[in-house]
Write a protein that binds this ligand. Structure first.
Ligand code: CDP
Ligand code: CDP
Length: 219
């Protein structure tokens, strides 16, 4: 069983996908975390993120692991836990450029497809249902209004103690979604056979149950 969850920033993909995977006992793969990890490493090592070639060279030198347990998913690069480091605004504001390079996507998709062969999987991202696993058994396009998605991200940052305005966050999300939708290679779009789940006004539990219902209907 393969479950693909795509959608714009802040729709709730990672939170919900991880919970659905835990409930079903499936492997969870957060593909956004992979692009974020490469972005973090490139910024950290001063690698030119306008060069797809340089980024792929960097990726090939890295050992990237997604370690999942019931409590959390950790992102480990060359043995260093960078789970928190990849969620900064700096990484968020550069990741779409990194992910726009066809060579980078090709290398990432190869890794992702390999993970998808390991058994039952829930994978979330932007191009999972359209490109990475087009034969997925269940495809969900998770979305919510821009206001709600920005509010969620704003709350997350405030809880972590960041001083940032709601309008700034909203603008950053808008720009990232725009870049992800307009890139030439595997842009963010709803797969023709995906079901749209609008999470505006829904709690996390409601969304998880909705997806579990869809999966149970399929099985
Ligand atoms: O969690 P959030 O929605 O903020 O983003 P993410 O899922 O961590 O993904 C970060 C970025 O990686 C996206 O804005 C895309 O630029 C890129 N990405 C992608 O291009 N393709 C994917 N399958 C997943 C993420
Ligand atoms: O991965 P994506 O960017 O799509 O979203 P996320 O990082 O899973 O969720 C963004 C934030 O929204 C998290 O803090 C979630 O706890 C929250 N959330 C929510 O408040 N209500 C939902 N129905 C889903 C997520």
């Amino acid at each position: 069983m393969k479950i693909a969850i795509d959608g714009p920033a802040g729709a709730g993909k990672s939170t919900v996908a991880k919970m659905v995977a835990d409930k079903l006992g499936y492997l969870y793969v957060d593909t956004g975390a992979m692009y974020r990890a490469l972005t973090w490493k490139a910024l950290h090592d001063n690698v030119d993120i306008s060069s797809g070639e340089a980024l792929v060279r960097l990726l090939n030198q890295c050992r990237l692991e997604l370690q999942s347990d019931s409590a959390s998913q950790r992102v480990v690069l060359n043995g260093r836990d960078i789970t928190e480091a990849i969620r900064t605004r700096e990484v968020s504001n550069h990741v779409s450029e990194v992910a726009s390079h066809p060579q980078v996507r090709e290398a990432m998709v190869e890794l992702q497809r390999e993970m998808a062969t390991k058994g039952n999987v829930v994978m979330d991202g932007r191009d999972i249902g359209t490109y990475v696993i087009p034969d997925a058994d269940v495809k969900i396009y998770l979305t919510a209004s821009l206001e709600e998605r920005a509010r969620r991200r704003y709350e997350e940052l405030r809880v972590k103690g960041h001083e940032v305005s709601f309008e700034e966050i909203k603008q950053e999300i808008l720009e990232r979604d725009d870049k992800d939708r307009k890139r030439d290679t595997a842009p963010l779009q709803k797969a023709a056979d995906a079901l749209t789940v609008d999470t505006t006004g829904l709690s996390i539990t409601e969304v998880v149950n909705c997806i579990l219902n869809i999966v149970h209907q399929k099985t």
